[in-house]
Design a protein around this ligand. Sequence first.
Ligand code: ATP
Ligand code: MG
Length: 303
Amino acid sequence: MKKEQYLEVTTTHKQSSTNTADCEEEEEDIQWSDDETTTTVTAPEFPEFNSKVQEAINFLGGNVFPKLNWSAPRDANWIALNNSLQCQNLRDIFLLFKSSDFIAHDFTQPFLQCSDDSPDPEISYELVLRKWSELIPGGEFRCFVKENKLIGISQRDYTQYYQHIYKQKDDICSSILDFFEEHVQYKFLDEDFVLDVYRDSWGKVWVIDLNPFGAVTDSLLYTWEELTSGHNLMTDETEGDPAQQDVPAFRHTTSEVTVQPSPCLSYRIPRDFVDLSTGEDAYKLIDFLKLQKSQQEESDEDA
Ligand SMILES: Nc1ncnc2c1ncn2[C@@H]1O[C@H](COP(=O)(O)OP(=O)(O)OP(=O)(O)O)[C@@H](O)[C@H]1O
Ligand SMILES: [Mg+2]
């Protein structure tokens, strides 16, 4: 794979060696007050790690996309001030990681659904920083590779209808297939895997990520049953046409009627809470204040 076509990890920082020291530091930072009912906890600081990360961020141009070994905190962008995963410093990264169920999953059950009997390997956790890149969601595609053959491509942001995908589907499909055959096929350790790619507005294809071929990876517009069995992958048009046999199936959202809410919405805080904190819904705020007032009056009466 050519280096310039790989939009990938530029900096990796191994954390494992600092873990023990960091824990000790954290314990020392708890300051017990004389008053038994209150405890003051000072947030731990990691000056050395912080400056290493900052150096890496600066090297990557000042804006980065953070990941842990497997996952990005995609479910936590709502908590960031910029509503995005773009980070400028370690504080931004910590906030996203602490708010993300996907990151918690990497820490607590990374081998969920692994079926072999071997004991779980020792994990060395790594913070992965990628140079930030403004990606257009309509340019992202997920490619399903079985026995080193590209069997299916799906629009990644399947909740939206993109007219350009509908219009250029043949071009998109063939540019991804060419890229796969030239740069990826037979070069990955496994013969079954899922490859995420980005096709930019000039038609150039970039690798975004590689994922396991199985239920831990979202099958998007396919079902895992279809992908593992190979049934139903072809449309009525392509089925039985020998010229289409080596062309992967291509699925995209076909009409605006099927547009769905973002899959990560369920990870956010309740809508009411957001409306109250921003004052966006004035009626909700008035109801909330009235409720507070009546509760206050009730407790005054009780006293
Ligand atoms: N360098 C980058 N700059 C900006 N956004 C990025 C960058 N890399 C990835 N993204 C965005 O973040 C999304 C998730 O990235 P990625 O696929 O690496 O995370 P993941 O946790 O492995 O996701 P999944 O669980 O779906 O496999 C991508 O679809 C893309 O929209
Ligand atoms: Mg992934």
